[in-house]
Design a protein around this ligand. Structure first.
Ligand code: LFC
Ligand code: MG
Length: 453
């Protein structure tokens, strides 16, 4: 790799889509999300054509705080040589997450962690584009030593070491080509859908969408629960009837309950043959999740969580405490690709399947790369694994993810699939995009409707 690639500018934009108008994305705790993001574009001096695009997902209000956090971190990124970063990514990552003053407002959690993810994701996108490869292929082609060198092992060495990770990758190297071929020539990677069952949708809408998705080949469905038990029973009865006894059904409470309440509520829903209960309680309550998991095990219902688990340390403890049966990494909640790799390695060690979270804008595009890499290079298995699919806002991206016949097709374009269309930014940048200026002028609606037909 001759020549430098100096980061000349980290650009950051606040982009918000008014999804609350249709109750898309609504759940028991986030009743009116406007799917939004802090969107980062990384420029390099030596090549104006080459840019890296990344983002972190937010729900509307508060995005401006994440944008500010990216601006605060900028001085650690601008002026850096990308090639130097890629050759020792863990050190760059550590510098970002452990800066001596900024770390007080984290460390490695909350807004500053979301901002880290947006920057780090953009740097991986840039790397993929520079190598002319989708990020999954970049990961697959890195040597085991190089790939593992991107991970900051601080605080997780008591459960996993770089040497163990390298050995895991080496063990799978010989057969990786077969799995890559299987994914590219076969149906792709199994998906499940959440976008039939948002909490603010009417019963009629849920049923119609379920039937539509079934007809499109989806066989796994997730429904939001947690506000009212009788409502949950009625919806689940309808969805279970529509999908039949053999298709998979999951529920998601988005942290609505206490620990005992989780056990009681889910037990009351056991007749619907549920694969998992997702986020029953606080994402920080590791032992609470373990208690719930133990109580629900005899019912055959697993516990899933991850979309709001802030860093690798929380995941480490969830694994250690037998608190989850499904690990839901999130491409933007922890500090981007590097930290997610650490979580994948721990999941492999503890024998827990990863089913990435993707309910948000841009997340389906990112996580498909990680999961494809995992199948080819690490777990070597799709058993008990699926990638979440939410069918919203993909039209705003240049290389949108594609689900066909219930499977994600392997992305082929270089990068990490997060580049947003210019016209979408011009419309939805907050507050100056045309959509939001019209709202300010009273020419567009902002009133969320909680029940939609
Ligand atoms: C506010 C969001 O749509 C969440 O409801 C969503 O991420 C959800 O938890 C999911 O699992 O997709
Ligand atoms: Mg969820």
């Amino acid at each position: 790799m001759a020549g430098k690639l100096t980061i000349s500018k980290v650009e950051v934009l606040d982009v918000r889509f008014p999804t609350s108008l249709e109750a898309h994305g609504s759940d028991a705790m986030h009743t009116d999300p406007d799917y939004s993001c802090a969107y980062v574009v990384i420029h390099v001096s030596e090549n104006p054509q080459l840019k890296g695009y990344g983002l972190t997902f937010t729900c509307g209000r508060g995005t401006e705080i994440v944008v500010q956090a990216v601006k605060t971190l900028r001085f650690l990124v601008e002026g850096q040589d990308c090639k130097k970063i890629w050759s020792d990514f863990a050190t760059f990552y550590r510098n970002l997450t452990s800066e001596s003053q900024i770390r007080w407002v984290g460390p490695e959690k909350g807004v500053i962690q979301l901002a880290t993810a947006a920057i780090v994701n953009a740097i991986w996108d840039l790397w993929g584009r520079h190598e002319n490869k989708p990020v999954w292929k970049l990961l697959v082609d890195l040597s085991p030593e190089q790939l593992v060198s991107t991970i900051d092992f601080r605080y997780i060495r008591d459960v996993i070491t770089p040497e163990e990770c390298i050995a895991m990758l080496k063990e799978k190297k010989g057969t990786a080509g077969e799995r890559e071929k299987e994914l590219l020539q076969g149906k792709g990677y199994p998906a499940y859908t959440t976008s039939v069952g948002w909490l603010g949708y009417s019963d009629e809408r849920i049923l119609r969408l379920t039937q539509e998705q079934l007809a499109l080949g989806l066989v796994s469905f997730k429904v939001k629960v947690g506000q009212n038990l009788e409502d949950d029973k009625r919806r689940l009865r309808s969805v279970r009837k529509a999908i039949g006894p053999n298709n998979k059904l999951m529920i998601d409470a988005n942290q609505r309950w206490e620990v005992q309440e989780s056990i009681d509520w889910v037990t009351a829903l056991k007749e619907f043959n549920l694969l998992w209960i997702e986020e029953p309680t606080s994402p920080d309550d590791i032992l609470g999740h373990a208690t719930i998991a133990k109580a629900l095990k005899p019912l055959g219902i697993g516990v899933a969580t991850g979309e709001m688990c802030q860093n690798r340390v929380i995941f480490k403890q969830l694994f250690q405490a037998n608190a989850i049966s499904f690990c839901q990494i999130d491409s933007c909640r922890v500090g981007g690709v590097n930290e997610n790799l650490a979580i994948y390695f721990m999941a492999k060690k503890f024998g827990i399947p990863v089913c990435p979270h993707a309910g948000g804008v841009g997340l389906c595009g990112f996580v498909q790369h990680l999961q494809v890499w995992d199948f080819i290079s690490l777990s070597g298995s799709m058993e008990n694994r699926m990638i979440e699919w939410v069918d919203h806002l993909h039209e705003n991206f240049y290389s949108p993810p594609v689900v066909k016949d219930g499977h994600y097709l392997v992305p082929k374009d270089p990068g990490y699939s997060g580049q947003m269309k210019e016209e979408s930014i011009a419309t939805y940048e907050f507050p100056k995009g045309t959509y939001w200026s019209n709202v300010a002028d009273g020419q567009a609606s902002v009133q969320p409707t909680m029940v939609c037909q």
